[in-house]
Design a protein around this ligand. Structure first.
Ligand SMILES: [Zn+2]
Ligand SMILES: [Zn+2]
Length: 306
């Protein structure tokens, strides 16, 4: 499973329709939270994402609309008896932030916060995927994130294996893992029955940013790009000044990067209840685009090839 739940899709200000930024990714049961605006924990309850399996929070930058939900969330998890450490990643000063979090009020957390400062280009390697920190362009130090799954083994041709005399059973899995096997004195190679390696899935989340090169590079052929789309074209000057993107700019980048799907988020309060203008401007450039809504869920399936 690779599910993205949009917990907060608003711009800097919360509105009745939109919470500030927060995106949950559930990958095979592991929960990862990207940004955590005010009210995120209640959005998690509404979306029924769970909390226990939350392994990491990835902060894009330290503007309040991306972090104010963390103090409440960690205290709730502590109240529920969490003891496993929680990793918090972000641009420099995460350590300082974590220290403040741990000493807020008179509350003593029952679990450790493992704070990790990231620089653009850093790669966090996990068993089956990596998280890459991307250089974004915002008014304060900021990073975006790409979740990149490892390549998967090719498709196993069961019929062909049987025709070659391999009995179904343990030899099948050996072949699928890339090993050769011997059947009645004949060597059967993995390549004979296993197709080319297949791509894993890739999701890119920009946080707040102008359109920029590192995001473009990282988004090449992504299954999903979640891009800052704070404003419409009529506000482009303000987008440049405040270092956000317009829907059209996000769309141009998505098209150039050949992403499969684009989701527009961080929607300004101006368009909060009616983002039609953003969608229309984006669609003129790139067709497979939607505007994020709070509590929207997207499942990202595997592709056989790109
Ligand atoms: Zn923001
Ligand atoms: Zn910001």
């Amino acid at each position: 499973m690779l599910r993205v739940t949009f917990l907060g899709t608003g711009g800097s200000l919360p509105t009745p329709e939109r919470n500030p930024s927060a995106i949950m990714i559930n990958r095979e049961g592991e929960l990862m939270l990207f940004d955590c605006g005010e009210g995120t924990q209640q959005q998690m309850m509404r979306a029924k994402t769970g909390m226990k399996a939350l392994s990491s929070i990835f902060i894009t930058h330290f503007h309040a609309d991306h972090i104010l939900g963390i103090p409440g969330l960690i205290q709730t998890m502590s109240f529920h008896g969490r003891t496993e450490p929680l990793k918090i990643y972000g641009p420099h000063h995460v350590h300082e932030f974590a220290r403040i979090l741990s000493s807020l009020g008179y509350y003593k957390l029952k679990f450790e916060i493992d704070a990790i400062d990231l620089s653009p280009g850093d790669v966090i390697k996990r068993d089956e995927y990596s998280i890459v920190a991307l250089k974004t362009e915002h008014s304060i130090p900021s990073i975006g994130y790409a979740l990149v799954e490892n390549m998967r083994s090719g498709r196993f041709d069961r019929q062909k294996a049987i025709e070659l005399g391999v009995p179904p059973g343990p030899l099948f899995s050996k072949l699928h893992k890339g090993e050769s096997v011997e059947v009645d004195g004949n060597i059967i190679c993995s390549e004979d029955v296993v197709g080319d390696a297949r791509p894993g899935r890739k999701i890119v989340y920009t946080g707040d940013t102008r359109p920029c090169k590192a995001v473009l590079e990282a988004s090449k052929n992504a299954d999903l790009l979640i891009h800052d789309s704070t404003l419409a074209n009529e506000q482009q000057e303000w987008a440049i000044e405040s270092m956000h993107s317009t829907a059209e700019e996000a769309s141009i980048l998505a098209k150039e990067a050949n992403v499969l799907k684009l989701v527009l988020t961080h929607i300004s309060s101006r368009y909060s209840d009616n983002p039609t203008k953003l969608l229309e401007e984006a669609k003129k450039i790139f067709d497979n685009v939607i505007v994020a809504e709070d509590l929207m869920e997207l499942d990202i399936p595997y592709r056989d090839k790109i």
